[in-house]
Design a protein around this ligand. Structure first.
Ligand code: SF4
Ligand code: SF4
Length: 476
């Protein structure tokens, strides 16, 4: 077949265009730098804060120790059995995100999401090495010269350095920070330590340096359903088309037939996801408001009213279009609902933490066999007792059976002959496990199953703690 008659194959997907965000100054850019500073300060410094918990205890204020299976948050210590507190934290984070979105749109994505923050920092490094937008574009399009090789190499070395710090920083939340740091820098770390540090560093380098906005656009599920939290009063980044259109030229004299937009494209050039906010709502918009800063800088130079691209609600825009006064409505039914739910979870968790017991009892009754008839005529049941001492001093108890006066018990390793009560001790911050056998005369039993109440009387005159389970026997 000749070349003229060969049908052209159309590409299935458009080729990806690299985005070169332009540097811009303004109030939202300043706010983003400040938030980045706070997040970096927390991420890199928080694991180094020390907190005295007493002898033999980790002294790191914030530590999620997989080895000790404990989450330490200053003087709060969450045990694996208290996983519901972590669930509470996750629910708090989710509802907090819903509330923030209902009030201020994609404020999380644009200002605080760690993908945005790290990408912002990597773009800043790129800018410092390769120059602003036009220089970067020229450098990429130009041939591989010595200067280009040096600039690209330095940039990637700096990116790798920040990625390595980030990878290490992540490990410090799970291991003692000074110890792990020394292990890593003196090449004394385990293979797991280096493996996980490399994994987190590699992910940071890939996500923040290479894939950048693609993570927000293609991988993150949040843009897909965040729209459900918006209403006409949610603050969103929008273009006031009624004021901006029809677009004209900056030098053109402003008359009634021309809008304020001078089609300079600065709002597009600064956008980290490369979209044109003038085209209307777009799920790719991360709400960073840099286009607001960009357009305001243009409007300032032209002496025209600011906020042509604005961070405001659609109801306010409609009001302004009609010449009516605009007002922010942050408190409304939807935000009150999210806010109340948030407050209820917070109160519930605060109440739970302030009234949490220092001792947790977990008892498992033997199921096979349910009971053992003894040659003495007694019926015996076996139990596995777990006592969790959640404080840093030992706890001792006298344990007895509160509701079966004829019953006696043996405790393996503690009381080998039947007794009415027994001394149990649990070491600080430990779980003590006891095997207990309770025996009771057959004719003292009231049925096939009856309640049995184990009473633990603290040695230091605290209130007794009861644990009720069942005692099994034969049919009457
Ligand atoms: S359109 Fe504006 S707010 Fe949205 S991502 Fe781009 S610069 Fe940020
Ligand atoms: S920055 Fe403002 S004036 Fe320039 S294109 Fe965007 S909306 Fe129009």
């Amino acid at each position: 077949m000749s070349e003229e008659t060969t049908p052209q194959k159309a590409a299935l997907y458009a080729e990806k265009q690299k985005i070169y965000p332009q540097k811009i100054a303004g109030r939202f850019r300043t706010l983003k730098w400040k938030i980045m500073g706070w997040i970096f300060a927390f991420y890199f410094l928080a694991p180094w804060i020390r907190w005295d918990r007493g002898e033999g205890q980790p002294d790191q204020a914030i530590l999620a120790s997989l080895e000790l299976r404990r989450l330490y948050l200053f003087n709060i210590e969450i045990w694996p059995q208290e996983i519901y507190y972590l669930t509470g934290l996750l629910v708090l984070a989710a509802v907090g995100l819903f509330l923030a979105t209902a009030m201020a749109g994609r404020v999380w994505c644009g200002f605080t999401c760690w993908q945005t923050v790290w990408t912002d920092f990597y773009v800043w490094i790129e800018e410092k090495i390769e120059g602003d937008r036009n220089k970067r574009m020229r450098l990429d399009q130009g041939p591989w010269t010595g200067e280009k090789v040096v600039k690209k190499t330095v940039k990637h070395i700096l990116w790798i350095f920040v990625s390595a710090l980030t990878g290490m920083g992540f490990l410090f939340f799970f291991n003692d920070a000074p110890t792990t740091f020394m292990e890593i820098v003196t090449a004394q770390g385990s293979l797991e330590t280096y493996g996980f540090a490399a994994l987190f560093a590699g992910t940071t380098y890939l996500f923040a340096g290479i894939t950048r906005e693609d993570i927000c656009i293609y991988m993150c599920p949040w843009p897909r359903f965040q729209g459900a939290m918006f209403d006409e009063h949610s603050l969103l980044v929008t273009y006031e088309a009624w004021r901006g259109e029809p677009r004209g030229k900056a030098k053109q004299k402003v008359d009634k037939s021309q809008g304020d937009c001078v089609d300079c494209n600065l709002c597009v050039n600064v956008c980290p996801t490369g979209i044109d906010i003038r085209d209307g709502d777009n799920f790719k918009c991360i709400g960073c408001a840099l286009c607001v800063d960009a357009c305001n800088s243009v409007m300032t130079k032209l002496g025209r009213p600011l906020e042509l691209v604005t961070y405001d609600s659609s109801s306010n825009q409609m009001a302004r279009e009609r010449g009516l006064p605009a007002k922010k409505r942050l408190i409304r039914r939807r935000t009150i609902g999210y806010g109340s739910f948030l407050a209820a979870i917070l109160l519930l968790m605060a109440f739970g933490l302030s009234t949490r017991s220092e001792l947790e009892i977990n008892v498992q009754r033997d199921r096979a066999p349910l009971f053992v008839p003894l040659s003495t005529g007694d019926i015996q049941n076996g139990y596995t007792f777990k006592l969790l001492n959640m404080i840093n001093t030992p706890q001792s108890f006298t344990m007895s059976i509160a509701n079966m006066p004829a019953a006696t018990m043996t405790v393996i390793g503690v009381a080998d002959t039947p007794v009415k009560d027994v001394q149990l001790t649990v070491a600080p911050d430990q779980v003590a496990t006891y095997r207990i056998f309770v025996r009771a005369p057959r004719d003292s039993l009231s049925g096939k199953f009856q309640d049995i109440v184990f009473r633990l009387q603290p040695e230091e005159n605290g209130a007794p703690v009861d644990y009720t389970t069942q005692f099994a026997g034969p049919d009457k």
